[in-house]
Design a protein around this ligand. Sequence first.
Ligand code: GLA
Length: 353
Amino acid sequence: MNINKNYLGSINGSDVFQYTLVNDLSTKVQILTLGASIQSIVLPFSDGTDKNVILSYDNWETYQHNPLYLGATLAPNAGRIEGAVLPIYEKTYTLSQNEGNHNTHGGFHNASLQNWDEVSTHCNSASCSVTLTIKLSDGLDGYPGERCIQTCYSLTNDNSLKIHYYAVTDKATYLNISNHTYFNLSGDFNRSGLEQQIKVDASRFVANNNEHIPASIVSCSGSPFDFSTYTSLETNIALHPDHEQLSIAHGYNNAFIFDQMNNQLKKTLSIRDRSSEYIMELSTDAPGIVLYSGGYIGDQWNLAGGFKSSDSCAIALEAQDIPNSPNFLPELCCYTTPDCPYDRTIIFKFISD
Ligand code: GLA
């Protein structure tokens, strides 16, 4: 177990650091203070090569505006709030509109665009961790409450990357924090991310309108959203080529609602690829997950490893509340208050196949 801190440079007077966490299996995870982002997850393969299995820009500076939200911490709210209108108990707040009429990922000043501060680093024989923090001021992008958010990344010797979010506020507010890492377990970003197979413990998904705003809850059965057994995204797309939801998102950009919604940490989704030696198991205590298959990535980004981006070259898995919960599912919506801090965990576990 080892952690190494590297000074990368200064942006607007704020120092940017990179943390490299390495476990005893030689898995290496790099974290940036910019956006508290996961910059790379490098796994050792049996042919002696090390492969980064997540989408990464070829230089750290791009993470300051991070147009694809690569690896970023999404906060205060992952996803879209319809019409930028946020009800919290008896009050309604008007948020900034950073995507059409809507508020996405918390608005123009969201936490993925901030340079976070270090709280601490730790290393022992079982795990290595770094905890980063950001303060979002009361009223920033319209959200109430001075919110102090912590993201802790721990790499363990069972090959898990655990992400723990903890936040306090001085006023009732809405927090729905997630991570926006895109995976292609083959480590080859010239291969389509749609070749990956996923399995999700969800029998319902959320259908969106054409602005990616949740519109209805639909059964997965008999649809391209049936991932009850390992199925590649491209197989399900080929079976339902004219499905309206797939056309809207150029693939998938939908939330799955987990069958068990009891706030307990549970294994909810697995992903594998026939060109990879690793399966990734995702555990979380969130009620759902957004699968974004990267239909809007574009081909203009230079990626780490000398790759060039392309649509769907990797897929994002964003464990979170059902998007737009305050408006769409108020009965399920959970607010963060001074008495009830925010607490959420996401674990990516890499198992050699
Ligand atoms: C953001 C969201 C994704 C997806 C894309 C579409 O990155 O996090 O889920 O909606 O926008 O551009």
